[in-house]
Structure formats: structure tokens, C-alpha cells
Design a protein around this ligand. Structure first.
Ligand code: ADP
Ligand code: MG
Length: 322
């Protein structure tokens, strides 16, 4: 809380948070003082990412507090995964309409469950009154020179993606239309899996990497622009879950996979001929990966259908709601 408006309720919320956080040996001083004191391992680079989730923009209003907690950390860990960084610490800035301990306890259930999975310590934050908004900053480490960047894709690289595409956008489509509901798809929207182990495994082998938050075509487009190359994708190669196949077919499914947001999968490029290495590293990380296309000279992302025709997604079913 900033300014002169600290009140007992806000201190009670902070105490509630502090009582539940796990510690790490490299946290010299966590929650409680004006700032945290943290020990960065000698010789490593500190990697920092931050992302805000606003109610009604980044998650539906009916999202459970625990799911908001999970997702607010997951989207940040996904950014570290895309850099091949090992997560360590995070801070949490919470804006809440009212001092609601029930809401906070639920939020912490999800947030701290994911934090425990990745041994991430919550070391500080801010608590204010206002429209529901959650801003998380994560800190991690990487060996100098090993971070995976957007700028390092090369013509001739293969393009790969982790997991499956379009599930979260499908759940959002269901929610928006109110016509259907699928637990598996909804879980992919509410509880994305940050691919931290995969990102770490790919360092040293992959050339470029990005996490997919705005949709495969848009995010791979960022890599292409940053690297000065183009991508050619095979529409039929894009991985789909059983749940997505059961709920959507044809053009609609393809649009969700190629352009739907909120997947939090990793899209990466790797030298042609590294197929076996990628398969082995992905197996080690316990994450499925799929070959989806190639990097070529030029600019932009082009997708080709089964007949080899250039394909563009229809506008149906994947717009960000707001
Ligand atoms: P200050 O006025 O010095 O910013 P605050 O009252 O905002 O102090 O915070 C007191 C302590 O509680 C600080 O260590 C801060 O990092 C921590 N803190 C506040 N809000 C949160 C939160 N939502 N999550 C984790 N730590 C928090
Ligand atoms: Mg403060």
C-alpha cells in the first residue's frame, strides 16, 4: 500500500500471505521490510519478467480465486521458461475491491501450489484497494549466453511447439457463447502449465524461443520479425488435444490452434538435423513436442493446408474478449 491509506485490513491481508509463504536459502530477507534482500548465484544472470492479469480482460469474471492465483504465476513462469531460466523468486501486487480473506485464501491456494511445484519463493509485493488486478514479477537465473531469445532464429531451422494448441481459446469461446462447457478445455484456460523444464532442457540446442500467449501465428511472427526471417507452417501438423478435436472440427479448430491465445506453450526453432536431440530433450523434460514447420528467408508467418495452399484463419472463435 502506498501513501497514507494503510489500514488494519490491508496489514491483516499481508500477514495472511506472509504466514503461508515457503522460504529458500537465497532469500536473505523476504516479506516484512521495505524491500527484499536476495542472493543471486555467482556468475549467473538475473532474469526478470512481469505480467498483469485484469479481471474481465485476462480472465473471465467467474474464474475461481485459486485459478486466478495459479494463472497469475503461470503466465510469468512461462516467460522465464521461454528464456530457459530457472525460476527462483516472485513478487505479487494485488489490487482488491475489498478486503476479502476468503478470496485471498483461495487465491493463495492456487498461487502457492504452483510456486511450490517450481520452488519459487514469494518475497514481497504490494496490496491496494481497487478493481481486481494481479501483477506478478518473477526472477530467475540463467548461465551467461544460454538464454533463449527471439532474435536468434535462422533460415533452415525447424519450428517446434510444445503440448497442444487452441484448448484455452476453445474454453474462452465456450464461455463467451455460453453454449457448451468442457472441464478439460476450461482447465487449460484457467491452469496453464508453464513449460519450465522444457525451456531449461532446450538451452544450448534450440536457436530461438517464445511462449505463446497471443496465439501461435502472432507470437511466432514476433520471433520472425526479431530474427529477420520468415516461417512456413504445416496446418495439419499443429497438435490438437482429444478434447479440442471432440468439440471443434475443420476450419474452426484450425483457427483456434493457429491463432487462439492463452496456450502458454513454447514455440521454438532448432537447427535442421537436431530432430533426435529435440526428441530426447523433450522426453527428459516430460513434455511432448511437435514439428510444425520451417524457418525460411523472408518475412512473416505463412501457413499451408493439406493441399499446399496458403491458409489464413477465419475470425471465428478466437478473439480476445473484453
Ligand atoms: P511499504 O509501505 O514499505 O511499501 P507495505 O505495507 O506495502 O510496505 O508492505 C509491507 C511488506 O509486505 C513488504 O515487505 C511488502 O513487500 C510485503 N507485501 C505487501 N503486499 C504484499 C503482497 N500482496 N504479497 C507479498 N508481499 C507483500
Ligand atoms: Mg508497498
Amino acid at each position: 500500500m502506498t501513501g497514507t491509506h494503510h489500514d488494519v485490513a490491508e496489514f491483516a491481508l499481508i500477514d495472511r500471505i506472509r504466514a503461508r509463504v515457503a522460504n529458500r536459502g537465497d532469500v536473505i530477507l523476504g516479506i516484512g521490510d521495505d524491500a527484499a534482500l536476495l542472493q543471486v548465484p555467482a556468475g549467473k544472470h538475473l532474469v526478470v519478467a512481469t505480467d498483469t492479469l485484469n479481471a474481465g480482460v485476462h480472465f473471465p469474471h467467474d474464474t475461481a480465486p485459486a485459478d486466478i492465483g495459479w494463472k497469475s504465476l503461470a503466465v510469468n513462469l512461462s516467460d522465464l521458461a521461454a528464456m530457459a531460466a530457472e525460476p527462483a523468486w516472485c513478487t505479487l501486487s494485488l489490487s482488491l475491491p475489498e478486503s476479502d480473506t476468503g478470496w485471498l485464501d483461495g487465491f493463495l491456494d492456487g498461487f502457492l501450489a504452483l510456486a511450490a511445484q517450481h520452488r519459487v519463493a514469494l518475497v514481497g509485493g504490494d496490496t491496494t484497494r481497487g478493481p481486481l488486478s494481479v501483477c506478478v514479477t518473477v526472477h530467475g537465473f540463467v548461465e551467461p549466453g544460454r538464454a533463449l531469445l527471439r532474435t536468434t532464429a535462422r533460415a533452415g531451422d525447424d519450428v517446434w511447439v510444445s503440448g497442444t494448441l487452441g484448448d484455452a481459446a476453445a474454453a474462452l469461446d465456450h464461455w463467451r457463447l455460453g453454449t457448451a462447457h468442457d472441464e478439460v478445455l476450461r482447465a487449460r484456460l484457467d491452469r496453464p502449465t508453464p513449460r519450465v523444464a522444457l525451456g531449461l532442457a532446450l538451452a544450448g540446442t534450440a536457436h530461438a524461443c517464445i511462449d505463446i500467449s497471443d496465439g501461435l501465428m502472432a507470437d511466432l511472427g514476433h520471433v520472425c520479425r526479431a530474427s529477420g526471417v520468415a516461417a512456413e507452417l504445416d496446418l495439419e501438423a499443429l497438435p490438437a488435444s482429444e478434447a479440442l478435436r471432440a468439440a471443434y472440427e475443420g476450419e474452426q479448430r484450425h483457427a483456434l490452434q493457429a491463432a487462439g491465445g492463452d496456450d502458454y506453450e513454447l514455440c521454438f526453432t532448432a537447427p535442421a538435423g537436431s530432430l533426435d536431440d529435440i526428441a530426447r530433450l523433450a522426453a527428459q523434460a516430460g513434455t511432448a513436442v511437435t514439428w510444425i514447420g520451417r524457418i525460411v528467408a523472408g518475412e512473416g508467418v505463412q501457413v499451408f493446408d493439406a493441399d499446399g495452399q496458403a491458409w489464413l484463419p477465419s475470425k471465428v472463435g478466437y478473439e480476445h474478449f473484453g
